[in-house]
Write a protein that binds this ligand. Structure first.
Ligand code: UT7
Length: 319
């Protein structure tokens, strides 16, 4: 029997402060109408001074551990996907480890921006399959509000803060992560990037994006990687019970569903409530759909994301 990584539990966390489009329109030259029509976004959560990538990640991880019925002491691997770590180093994963009271385990961050959670899942799953870990916390957590240019209406209305987490556990059963596919194409750096960093400007920098071009690449790359990951699992689009996509723009979600000939009712949508939370968006959406009873044990769930780099990826899961 093959050793696999099963999703034992999910969790999520959002900052307390929820900001509407109308509230943003008081300080930025935009409107609720434009944001809803072009993106589907209505609200985003914005971290307060005491809320950070690591605190949100810890809260999401605690929920996922409780849902899984796994003690923190049983965790031997933490992979945290983020592009907005608390500090340049050490990793936010080690902050979560300390906050959870885990004395010793493997802990590191993964940086693939909006695809970070897919990269993190793939790494954790590989380590579980290889026998290097038995119980992994895989987290996506971001505070993009801290790297937004709040005077740039092209970007600042699109993003929000939050965290999602899953507990993966080794299993010999025919469930869990069936396939993962990852890609990167570093030629597109200038379409979506942050204009600072420790080794260049010595500053954190602000997010810059050529939205229209990112949109175009996203639809093509996501359709391709979804086909690849389904093929690797021996499945077809018709086998999908739930698509849990990265939540950048409702129009990207619609276009992806159309390309797969997938019933839009099978797509988990949170972009209206959370906006784009980068690496947190997929595990946040997954947790929501598990908690409200849509995603059930045995369902075929497909996760996908595309972001800065470009990076993109997908994973097929029997939940
Ligand atoms: O998570 C990583 C992946 N990221 C993405 O997938 C994002 C992909 N891109 C998108 O979601 C969309 O391209 C955007 C939502 C960013 C933009 O939508 P669009 O339909 O591609 O609009 P656009 O960039 O073509 O801009 C249309 C107009 C521009 O005005 P002009 O130049 O046509 O006069 C913008 O200045 O809309 C204007 N605009 C705004 N107006 C009001 C841009 N942002 C705003 C705003 N409020 N917030």
């Amino acid at each position: 029997m093959m050793r696999r990584a099963a999703i034992l539990g999910t969790g999520s966390a959002l900052p307390a402060r929820r900001v509407s489009n109308a509230e943003l329109a008081q300080t930025v030259d935009t409107s609720d109408e434009w944001i809803v029509e072009r993106t589907g976004i209505r609200f985003r959560h914005i971290a307060g001074p005491d809320e950070t990538t690591a605190t949100l990640a810890t809260a999401a991880a605690q929920q996922a551990l409780a849902a899984a019925g796994v003690e923190a002491s049983a965790i031997d691997l933490i992979v945290l996907a983020t592009a907005t770590p608390d500090q340049t180093f050490p990793s936010s994963a080690t902050k979560v480890q300390a906050a959870l009271g885990i004395d010793d385990c493997i802990a590191f961050d993964v940086q693939a921006v909006c695809s970070g959670f897919l990269y993190a899942v793939s790494v954790a799953e590989s380590m579980i399959r290889a026998g290097s870990a038995n119980h992994a916390l895989v987290i996506g957590s971001e505070t993009f509000s801290r790297i937004l240019d709040w005077e740039d209406r092209n970007t600042c209305v699109l993003f929000g803060d939050g965290a999602g987490a899953i507990v993966l556990g080794a299993t010999e059963e025919d469930r869990g992560i069936l396939s993962t596919k990852l890609h990167a194409d570093g030629r597109h750096n200038e379409l979506l990037y942050v204009d600072g960093g420790p080794s260049t400007t010595g500053t954190v920098g602000k997010l810059r994006m050529k939205g229209r071009e990112v949109f175009r690449h996203a639809v093509v790359n996501l359709a391709n990687v979804l086909g690849e990951s389904l093929g690797a699992a021996g499945l077809e689009p018709g086998d999908i019970d739930w698509l849990v996509p990265h939540q950048a723009n409702a129009r990207i979600l619609d276009a992806t569903a159309r390309k797969l000939d997938l019933d839009p009712a099978k797509v988990v949508v949170t972009v209206d409530q959370h906006a784009n939370t980068s690496a947190a968006s997929v595990p946040l959406a997954l947790d929501l759909a598990v908690r409200d009873g849509r995603i059930k044990r045995g369902d075929i769930v497909v996760l996908e994301a595309m972001g800065g780099g470009f990076t993109w990826g997908a994973a097929v899961v029997r939940y």
